[in-house]
Design a binder for this molecule. Structure first.
Ligand SMILES: [Zn+2]
Length: 493
């Protein structure tokens, strides 16, 4: 058992925690979705009890919100704008995310998800409430998948796969896949973290994606040393104060902690702002925003039955460090997800190849909005702005996988959905970023479009984007799930 611990009173989040009792009680506290428990700081005597309360609180509100926002997201553009303005005011923000599809609800999703493990946990709760059934990757799916079913599973607790199979699905029909990533640039505590300097008790972190001296400038401060505070500190790897804090949060003895993964995270919640509350700022918008919009679109699509294929969301870990891991986009996760679904209906190998040829991937990751103080960073004819719609990203060196065919399909889906899209191409004299799109396009052979909501201050501890873009992005994804198969069958490309 590897509980996920969410501690709000210190600026360190335990991603994974392994204690001695895990070996004796393995699996005991896993719920029937195989998702490991999240401990909430504010109440409950046990992890299991707290999760029960969490489920009871959210089930009703999730169903209501989904129904309300399904109506909202199916409304014409002018009506949607009106409703979106109301949503953007942020009034009545509830404690927990419901998957309702608003900017305010996105902030609750992110506030609930300081690490990739929490992204998966938060998403799994919403999927479960919406009737998605958990699949165990370690067991055969033969006979378990049926047309009309909704399913999800995770790998390592940090990569998520969720999908719906339509009632009239036939093996070989198209997959409509939205790919995102669960990780963000962060600092992690090193395996040996104990450190003191000038009266401060610190911990040591591992570098990741910051342009400063990563060894000397980024050591986190835990507290100031006072008198006998650290007396009796017998642990050679971590300070006893840190271990005591963690043990207190976990409800275990210090000597029961045998290993851990700790991530530092901003503890301040996200917020909407601007004269009309038209912007939102939050940690981890890259790329939890698309985990959220993709998930919301899938939840809403799961309430309908108006397509012929499989609609799938895959949220990968480890994009920010290159995607090369057992659960990153460079792993077999994507190919296996398609192969196992198709194979559980019909094991004929050719059907998998046919499926991949008929399918398409939206690689969703944040884009750079034009910044008034740095406008020379953008090509003059490709200057996406916040609140003006999802950005299609193109690069002829294939740092983005968009091509004429996939770009056209996406623009046509946006036109039918009544939502705006914008174009981005990096300046020829600037290096172009990349994301999971080219990795999955080349690794799996999927037709791919790279896109994303534009933002300011990407990779900062707080990033900014337009509230309206969250709503229109969800609507675009809904259109993709609903109409890609029919549109693609009319195209001869
Ligand atoms: Zn990203």
């Amino acid at each position: 058992m590897l509980p996920l611990i969410h501690t709000r009173n210190i600026n360190i989040f335990v991603e994974r925690f392994l204690s001695e009792k895990d070996f004796t009680a393995a699996g005991k506290d896993k719920d029937d979705q195989g998702i490991l428990s999240v401990k909430k700081k504010d109440g409950g005597n046990s992890t299991k009890k707290k999760n029960d309360n969490f489920e009871a609180e959210t089930t009703k509100s999730t169903a209501q919100s989904l129904e309300e926002n399904r109506n909202l997201l199916l409304q014409p553009q002018n009506e949607m704008n009106k409703n979106s303005e109301e949503l953007q005011r942020g009034v009545g923000r509830k404690k927990d995310c419901t998957g309702s599809g608003s900017a305010d609800d996105l902030l609750k999703f992110i506030d609930s998800s300081p690490t990739p493990y929490h992204v998966v946990q938060t998403s799994a709760e919403l999927l479960k409430d919406a009737g998605f059934q958990y699949l165990d990757e370690k067991n055969s799916w033969k006979g378990k998948l049926t047309a009309g079913g909704k399913y999800f599973y995770h790998r390592n607790g940090s990569t998520l796969v969720a999908f719906t199979i339509r009632q009239n699905y036939q093996p070989g029909n198209e997959f409509k896949i939205i790919g995102t990533h669960t990780d963000s640039p962060v600092l992690k505590v090193k395996p040996v973290s104990k450190r003191t300097a000038f009266g401060y008790l610190q911990t040591r972190e591992e570098e990741n994606a910051f342009i400063v001296n990563k060894e000397t400038h980024l050591q986190p401060i835990l507290t100031q040393l006072e008198g006998e505070m650290n007396k009796g500190d017998g642990d050679s790897k971590h300070s006893s104060l840190l271990l005591q804090l963690l043990a207190g949060e976990l409800g275990v003895a210090v000597d029961q902690i045998v290993d851990m993964e700790l991530t530092l995270a901003d503890t301040q919640p996200g917020a909407t702002w601007g004269p009309k509350n038209e912007f939102l700022s939050s940690p981890r918008l890259d790329n939890q925003v698309h985990c959220y919009t993709g998930l919301t679109a899938l939840l809403l699509h799961g309430m309908t039955n108006d397509d012929t294929g499989v609609s799938m969301l895959v949220c990968f870990d480890h994009e920010e460090i290159g995607s090369d891991s057992a659960q990153g986009a460079g792993s077999p996760v994507m190919n296996e997800a398609i192969a196992r679904v198709v194979g559980s209906f019909d094991p004929c190998p050719e059907l998998l190849k046919i499926t991949i040829r008929k399918s398409m991937l939206i690689s969703a990751d944040v884009a750079h909005a034009i910044h008034p103080n740095y406008s020379d960073k953008h090509d003059k004819q490709h200057q996406p702005a916040m609140t003006k719609g999802t950005v299609i990203k193109t690069n002829q060196n294939q740092r983005y996988a968009t091509n004429a065919e996939t770009g056209f399909i996406l623009r046509e889906l946006a036109r039918r959905a009544g939502v705006p899209v914008q174009e981005f191409v990096v300046r020829n004299d600037s290096a172009c970023g990349s994301t999971i799109g080219p990795i999955l396009a080349s690794g799996v052979g999927l037709r791919t479009v790279d896109l994303g909501i534009s933002s300011l201050s990407m990779h900062s501890i707080r990033e900014t984007m337009g509230c309206q873009d969250v709503v229109t992005n969800i609507k675009l994804f809904q259109q993709f799930f609903k109409e890609f198969g029919a549109l693609d069958s009319q195209c001869d490309m």
